[in-house]
Ligand binder design. Sequence first.
Ligand SMILES: Cc1ncc(COP(=O)(O)O)c(C=O)c1O
Length: 439
Amino acid sequence: MPDSTDAVTTPTPRRNPKPKVTTIAGRELKPSTLMMGHGFDPALSEGSLKAPIFLTSTFAFENSAAGKRHFEGITGKRPGGAEGLVYSRFNGPNQEILEDRLAIWDGAEDALSFSSGMTAITVMMLAYCNHGDVIVHSGPLYAATEGFVAKVLSKFGITYIDFAAGATRAELDGVLAKAKEQANAQGGKVAMVYLESPANPTNALVDVQAVRDARDAVLDADGTPIAIDNTFLGPLWSRPLDHGADVVVYSLTKYVGGHSDLVAGSIAGAKRWINPVRALRNTMGGIADPNTAWMLLRSLETVELRMQRAGENAAKVCAFLKDHPKVDGLGYLGFIDDPRQQDIYNRHCSGAGSTFSLFVKGGEAEAFRFLDAMKIAKLAVSLGGTETLASCPAAMTHLSVPDDRKAQLGITPNLVRISIGIEDPDDLIADFDQALAAV
Ligand SMILES: Cc1ncc(COP(=O)(O)O)c(C=O)c1O
């Protein structure tokens, strides 16, 4: 058969992306197993066990007919969409393998990778929102996300309503009804519900099931997706798609990357929610680069091990800190004292994570003495890396937040934010012990 005929039926196809084995004797293989090979066939890369880094800006078509068919798919002149790879702003082999593997962790149909968590969040919001629409979001959000909604989307006539992370079903019903009225008055719709759980640095959890029930009762379930930033607990300790979210969002910079050596982001969900974001990513760019995607593939092979160890370490460190005389309190999901928050935790989380707030007895001076005395923990913002990090939000990440908002969120000068790594837990306890002695 001539090449051109072949190409018309199988135009520059995505080469054998299907995993050979996802079940054995009816047993579905776990994500930790699939991270070693899913979506990559060594036979297509000279037998290379690991995926090479595909540094190319464009991909060669088999022939002209295949090129035409590709663009017919992209432009909608032919149903079924485009297949295969054409240009690296749209996608590449490393990113496709990464996206397939990310989708597995959250039980999602599809996933997209981005150059940062903020690129993922902003491209997604722009894809879902039109002029006159309203975003409903939990609060507080990561400051850059909150700023994007309030200061950037507002330039395009998109407004927002927020609610406190721990809101009840009745409160959520009220907020969504108000958002609907606001959208009607603006000639738009409620474009999306955006959640972040647990909230930073309060650690308040959002009841995703209640948000889903409220959305289904008050709004158009088909038209208003619920997206959630799962950076603090995902992908191991929380799977929000199982509890009613439609799209899960990550800063892969944190636990997934896990070594504090890259910046990236992702979203995952059903194709119907992912496709519009993919189309805008194709236009705007913002996909993770091949080298970063490759590093994330390596990170995904150990993400479960790293998160388990960090979680166990955090539990030991927090048990030590709990009744320490120089400690005023802990914001740690392993020690929740509010029954409603505990109920959400029991329904939504399988682990308390390794990021928490430590309230040092005293004020800023005491917090600074503690931070400056730490010998193992590094003084840096961010979280989810192999190393323990500590920072003081009131004086650093949240310095520009107005004082009354800080007070409302419980961001006091003595709050130290800790992300526990995978060091030896007794070494970490020794470090916290000597640093508290220096306060
Ligand atoms: C919860 C959360 N979401 C999103 C982001 C933004 O991610 P990135 O820094 O990868 O853009 C961060 C960064 O700290 C974060 O903590």
